[in-house]
Write a protein that binds this ligand. Sequence first.
Ligand SMILES: [Cu+2]
Length: 264
Amino acid sequence: MLNKYSYLILVISAIIGISFFIGFNVNLLPEEASINAPIYDELFKILFIIGLMLFIGMTLLVIYSLFKFRKKSGQSGDGIALEGNLTLEIIWTVIPSLIVLFVGLYSYNIYDRMGGMNDLNHNHESMTASSEKIWAGISQDSNNGLLTNTNIEVSAMQFAFLFNYPKGDFISGELHVPVNEKITIKMESKDVIHAFWIPEFRIKQDIIPGQPTVLNFTPTKVGKYPIICAELCGPYHGGMRASIIVENSNDYQEWFNQNKKTKL
Ligand SMILES: [Cu+2]
């Protein structure tokens, strides 16, 4: 016959097992279309698993307590008063502290792997030329940062995004990029704070008036994905969307050549 600690260990193991199973098999996120996406999703899965363990554990505890501590017939009042339980207090202080510490360190690690701690100022020809300070934004390693025509300038305004391709001297309402190449976008706002968000790429960056921001990303899947303004910027904020079209390099080059202004 099992004693009550064996039951407890059994239940806790089952909760952990079920949480890991659901966490690794239920995908709530959109498709992964940039090299950032799998890194970000790793963190999401871990947070989801921790959340599931707490949710299932607490729900079971509430249901158990409903039956176990049900008022007995003939009982009046609340029963014996309980006061102080040092073991319990140590447990509910230590476990959440460890979880918070782990999540904090792990998030930092993920941010670092996504390039969040890289210096944004080096290796970008267009940016080092001027003395303006660029800050914010994620920068994956800058090995292939100097690309021929994929340095793109984004202007955000109420309520649209415009994409300027300086190398081709044209402006587009759609963002076209080649697949598997590192894209650098420099973003400026014409009015209020906006944010550039591509859910499928797991990247988001504020666009701040008077303060250019930079974002680097590498798309990994050909397709069309939404660009969404993620900062409440006015009455039509909800309609402030654009599209990013990821193409293989031939298609991209064809599109680029069709749009570029031929130099006279
Ligand atoms: Cu906006």
